[in-house]
Ligand binder design. Structure first.
Ligand SMILES: Nc1ncnc2c1ncn2[C@@H]1O[C@H](COP(=O)(O)OP(=O)(O)OP(=O)(O)O)[C@@H](O)[C@H]1O
Length: 209
């Protein structure tokens, strides 16, 4: 579970955004609001990547543990952006392996099997050895999704992850994403301008003014 308790994001010591919310395992909280409202900055605060001139007060808890002071790389927070941000010249398998926790698999074969299982889950089996820059946009979006899942996150943050996809692909990738999060019981926060994204996410929606 992700708890955001009395969160206030400040820019240059002036309040920019305030909110409190709880996101249960497998649920998606959608955050909407005008451009510049501080939505991406909120995600950075959860991920531990907030930088000056921004700061945050209130408590961010994952599974009841306050994580405000925990380093970003120890937070187990996975992030998906509108750009897939994959390593273009590495293979799909290498991209996914890179995200996996170091000690998660005893040997190469088990790791290989785990990568294949993730690819099968999004109907991409057989492409582990392809270089990322040979994939279509929709395939890259799916690899980006499973790379995030491969890191075995406690929380997933989605910052407009579908906005660059064309309409048909958008609804498909969206349903992949939400069904995978639900199947794995991962709480998620989605930032979007798109009401259809919010509807598909199926959880609570917070409108920032
Ligand atoms: N390094 C910075 N220094 C000062 N202001 C910044 C900095 N980075 C971003 N901002 C501003 O802080 C505000 C919040 O930015 P943020 O990206 O969180 O907004 P957002 O709600 O996600 O907007 P959008 O919907 O357009 O993505 C914006 O007005 C932005 O221009």
């Amino acid at each position: 579970m992700l708890s955001l308790e009395n969160i206030v994001i400040y820019r240059d010591d002036k309040p920019l955004l305030q909110l409190s919310a709880e996101v249960a395992k497998g649920e998606v909280l959608t955050v909407m609001g005008p451009s510049g409202a501080g939505k991406s900055t909120l995600l950075q605060a959860i991920a531990g990547q907030l930088q000056a001139p921004f700061s945050v007060t209130g408590q961010i808890k994952i599974n009841h543990v306050v994580i405000n002071e925990i380093d970003a790389h120890l937070r187990k927070v996975g992030i998906m952006f509108q750009d897939a941000l994959l390593f273009e010249h590495m293979t799909v398998g290498e991209n996914i392996a890179f995200a996996m926790p170091d000690k998660a698999y005893k040997n190469k074969q088990l790791k290989h099997d785990a990568i294949n299982a993730l690819l099968v889950a999004v109907e991409l089996d057989g492409i582990a050895d392809r270089t990322v820059n040979t994939l279509s946009g929709g395939q890259q979006a799916r690899v980006s999704l499973i790379r995030t899942l491969a890191s075995e996150p406690d929380v997933v943050l989605l910052d407009e992850p579908f906005s660059k996809l064309d309409v048909a692909l958008r609804s498909q990738i969206r349903s992949w994403t939400f069904s995978q999060l639900k199947a794995r019981n991962i709480p998620a926060v989605l930032v979007t301008h798109d009401k259809d994204d919010a509807l598909a996410a199926g959880g609570n929606v917070i409108e920032i003014l």
